[in-house]
Design a protein around this ligand. Structure first.
Ligand code: UDP
Length: 478
């Protein structure tokens, strides 16, 4: 088990991030709850400090909370490969997909509980009975009973779910439900994800959010975008003159030094070539192969290239499928006709320095002509929010939380059937051929994120949940 170090972000930066009006509202609506939180520590527990949306959000939310004098902390628990294979199976099942098709029976319960028992010993050394604990996703559900019996107030936060309940979803919930009874609250991203196995009266809906000033989303001048993408080897050519720099979370200047690991024919796309970009973990539910095929079948004659970018595969601790998915994507890429393949580029982004990685993603999203998120299922899709914030026209699938972000035709274009490559190709062409429409959709997208998906709203909602939980009768809070 590790505690992830958090650098507090000073309160003045909240105002810079969201503007004076939202800051004022935030201050007013959280003043009492912050005071009532008093000396309680809020612990967030998950299984990875980088890669994926949960880690992305915790970094910012906790840094701002610390700057507001709240003692919020982040623990990452350990597991062996068998544990992560199992929890990825549950993850896929909760999204309605069979995943690796493996069992969720007695043996799996045993392995799951044994792994978590090792972590619980360490957790109970640092978590005090008056503390609040937010356990994230299926990997941590099995911690709930021990934490509740330790008199901590436990919230279980589920970031994923299906559009339709099926046998896979139900068996995953059957596996998890027995661990969750003692949680005081369940937080879901959207109402449709709430399963019949849980007590609905304990459920709260909190959509995710982004931080406009994080390395991932901070403003970036065009020459810096170009310098970062040139330095990493993702893009070639351009005007030159910028430095590959960004502002780190502690306010110091960061510099992109590392190269992306590129798989392509010949050279990187030129800076002036229109670019379609999807940034995602290497995960079948993000459908990277479908993106490539759609591009190959319907965009081959267009003046555009495609970049599929994802993390360096060894870096995401709780995602054991990344290596295999990347190998499958590469094999599918090798099978593309030569004329298509020369316009499709696979980029594995360096993950050694999380903030450097975020700056590279920032530059790539800003440089994209169109950003794509062709997920077969999605919890929320922070990559969508990030691109919308950068005023990008989005082509995405109408699945999970993406539907809560984009109204098709207004903030982007949605594909109703995520496997419909024809519709996918048409949507891309619509934006490529109509830059005015693309610009308008991008502007509407940005305005929507500004209104609904910034971290201040998210933090406020968390505080309301904490404030609303029953006081613990067994603990005297000073
Ligand atoms: N991400 C990243 N580097 C990568 C790939 C993804 O920083 O190489 C980030 C991405 O920008 C986003 C998060 O990982 O912030 C993915 O969150 P999302 O909700 O889209 O999907 P998840 O991975 O949680 O399923």
């Amino acid at each position: 088990m590790n505690e992830v170090p958090i650098t507090a972000i000073p309160i003045e930066q909240v105002e810079r991030a969201v503007g004076p009006k939202m800051f004022e509202q935030f201050q007013a609506s959280t003043a009492d709850t912050r005071r009532r939180l008093g000396r309680s520590t809020v612990w967030h527990i998950n299984t990875t400090a980088q890669g994926g949306g949960v880690a992305e959000m915790l970094v910012s939310l906790l840094a701002y909370a610390r700057g507001l004098d709240m003692d919020m902390r982040w623990l990452v628990i350990d597991g062996d490969p068998g544990f992560f294979d199992l929890t990825k199976r549950i993850h896929n099942n909760l999204h309605g997909h069979s995943g690796d098709g493996g069992e969720l029976g007695d043996e799996e319960h045993k392995h799951y509980e044994m792994t978590l028992a090792g972590n619980i010993k360490n957790l109970l050394k640092v978590i005090r009975p008056r503390d609040i604990v937010v356990c994230h996703d299926p990997q941590t559900a099995g911690l709930v009973p021990a934490l509740a019996e330790h008199w901590a107030k436990v919230v279980w936060r589920c970031h994923i779910g299906p559009d339709k309940f099926n046998d896979s979803v139900n068996r995953a919930w059957m596996f998890l439900a027995k661990y969750l009874e003692q949680a005081q609250r369940y937080v879901f991203t959207r109402t449709a994800f709430i399963p019949p196995q849980l007590d609905e009266s304990k459920c709260v809906i909190i959509p995710p959010s982004i931080d406009p000033l994080s390395c991932k989303n901070q403003p970036m001048a065009a020459d810096v975008v170009e310098a970062i993408l040139g330095k990493t080897g993702i893009i070639e050519g351009g005007l030159g003159g910028g430095d590959p720099v960004f502002t780190r979370e502690n306010g110091s200047v960061g510099r992109v030094e590392r190269c992306a690991d590129m798989i392509h024919l010949g050279r990187a796309p030129r800076f002036d070539r229109p670019l379609i970009v999807q940034v995602s973990r290497w995960d079948n539910l993000k459908d990277p192969i479908g993106v490539m095929r759609g591009f190959g079948q319907y965009l081959a004659g267009e003046e555009a290239s495609l970049i599929l970018a994802g993390p360096n595969v060894s870096a995401v601790a709780d995602d054991p499928e990344g290596l295999q998915v990347l190998a499958d994507v590469e094999a599918a890429w090798r099978n593309l006709p030569h004329d298509v393949r020369k316009h499709v580029h696979l980029a594995c982004l360096p993950m050694t320095d999380r903030e450097e990685n975020a700056a590279i993603v920032n530059a790539l999203q800003r440089h994209a002509t169109i950003v794509v998120q062709k997920s077969l299922q999605e919890g929320f899709g922070l990559t969508v929010t990030e691109a919308m914030w950068k005023s990008k026209p989005m082509v995405a699938t109408a699945v999970g939380g993406i539907q809560d972000q984009i109204e098709s035709g207004v903030h982007g274009l949605l594909i109703d059937d995520p496997t419909d490559l024809h519709a996918f190709g048409d949507a891309l062409k619509r934006f490529l051929h109509d830059p005015e429409f693309a610009k308008k959709a991008g502007e509407a997208a940005r305005a929507r994120v500004e209104k609904e998906f910034l971290f201040t709203r998210h933090l406020c909602q968390y505080l309301e949940v904490f404030d609303d939980m029953d006081p613990n009768p067994h603990v005297q809070v000073a």
